[in-house]
Write a protein that binds this ligand. Sequence first.
Ligand SMILES: Cc1cc2nc3c(=O)[nH]c(=O)nc-3n(C[C@H](O)[C@H](O)[C@H](O)COP(=O)(O)OP(=O)(O)OC[C@H]3O[C@@H](n4cnc5c(N)ncnc54)[C@H](O)[C@@H]3O)c2cc1C
Length: 126
Amino acid sequence: MYEQPIKQFLGQNHELSGVELEDGTVVDLETGFVAMGSQHHSHYLSEIDLQWKGGNLITDSMCRTSHPRIFALGDLKEGLNQVSIAVADGTLAATAIWRDIRRASPPRKWEENVDQSTVEPVGVVS
Ligand SMILES: Cc1cc2nc3c(=O)[nH]c(=O)nc-3n(C[C@H](O)[C@H](O)[C@H](O)COP(=O)(O)OP(=O)(O)OC[C@H]3O[C@@H](n4cnc5c(N)ncnc54)[C@H](O)[C@@H]3O)c2cc1C
């Protein structure tokens, strides 16, 4: 593993043949990532009092942060940085938000959703 910064890419006719590192070392390569890693854009949250661990938000098992109405998903929260985790986090947060909304609303009466004119009386013998 080389940890030197890259000085320049080497190659001809749009074909990579290697890189020259800052100390002059030449590494032969056929392919490479131009950029590797991820950069968080979370500065817009800096004014909100949230619990962080390093650059990641701490959440409960449903992706809720220390603020009851703010959820954090995927790479923004503590945990594995994988696509499958980010997708699952979306499901968990959506479920928690739906439960919050339901619990804040009065119970729904099933009759309100049924057209009463079409309901047959039950238990009536003619
Ligand atoms: C080089 C590389 C290779 C990887 N390979 C794999 C792999 O093979 N398998 C795997 O599972 N994972 C891989 N990952 C990790 C995976 O890409 C991430 O874990 C995943 O994309 C996280 O999803 P996310 O929704 O949290 O964030 P992102 O996919 O980064 O989505 C966040 C989105 O929000 C947008 N955004 C940011 N700030 C704002 C803002 N203020 N307003 C509006 N939009 C905003 C961004 O532009 C971006 O589109 C790789 C990551 C990298 C960098």
